[in-house]
Design a protein around this ligand. Structure first.
Ligand code: HEC
Length: 172
């Protein structure tokens, strides 16, 4: 039994030492211009999915959707999100094209299939180890719901004023 335990401890120490050497000598990729390794991608997605299924708000939501909320969300989207996620017009910005984890361009990959609570969670908390910021504290809870409802209705169910915002070029 003692030999088994000391074998386990030795293995753990060797792994920890190898990990330390890899970090110390810069063998772990540190640049943003290579695609993420498969193991890193799997671990990040698994951990994100598990956290969201535990923490995302469930219906009934505290703010309800309406045309006015979606239009307010569209304006907030243009100011806060379009630089990374784009609008219906124009190419992705250089910033969006240069991130290590590329921000999805919602004109091509919408999130209208996701439950509103999941999108709300992502905007409120951000996504660790990516460029996706946490907006908690900088936008109110109501504003985050407004953006969430704008995204839920992209691209086919937007009221006309929100559709007009979505077709403006990315500011700046
Ligand atoms: C500085 C760049 C940046 C800004 C600004 C930004 N995001 Fe993101 N966002 C990202 C990146 C990068 C990802 C991809 C993360 C990943 O793949 O895990 C992402 C992912 C997302 C996702 C998940 C997409 C999916 O397919 O599951 C949503 C939803 C989202 N962002 C919404 C927003 C909203 C709404 C705003 C504005 C309030 C915003 N983002 C602002 C960079 C940004």
């Amino acid at each position: 039994m003692m030999r088994f335990i000391s074998g386990v401890i030795t293995t753990l120490v060797v792994f920890a030492a190898l990990a330390f050497v890899a970090v110390w000598f810069g063998l772990v990729p540190a640049t943003a211009d290579v695609p993420p390794p498969a193991l890193e991608k799997w671990a990040a997605h698994q951990s994100l999915d598990a956290t969201i299924s535990r923490e995302a708000p469930q219906p009934p939501y505290p703010v309800t959707s309406s045309d006015a909320a979606i239009v307010a969300g569209a304006k907030l989207y243009l100011q806060n999100c379009a630089a990374c996620h784009g609008t219906a017009v124009g190419d992705p910005t250089n910033m969006a094209k240069g991130f290590y984890i590329r921000p999805p361009q919602f004109v091509k990959h919408g999130v209208d299939d996701d439950p509103e609570g999941e999108t709300y969670w992502k905007i409120e908390h951000g996504i660790r180890f990516t460029a996706m910021p946490a907006y908690k504290g900088n936008l109110t809870e109501e504003q985050i719901w407004q953006i969430t409802y704008f995204m839920k209705n992209l691209p086919d169910h937007l009221p006309p004023d929100a559709q007009a915002e979505w077709h403006k070029p990315v500011p700046g």
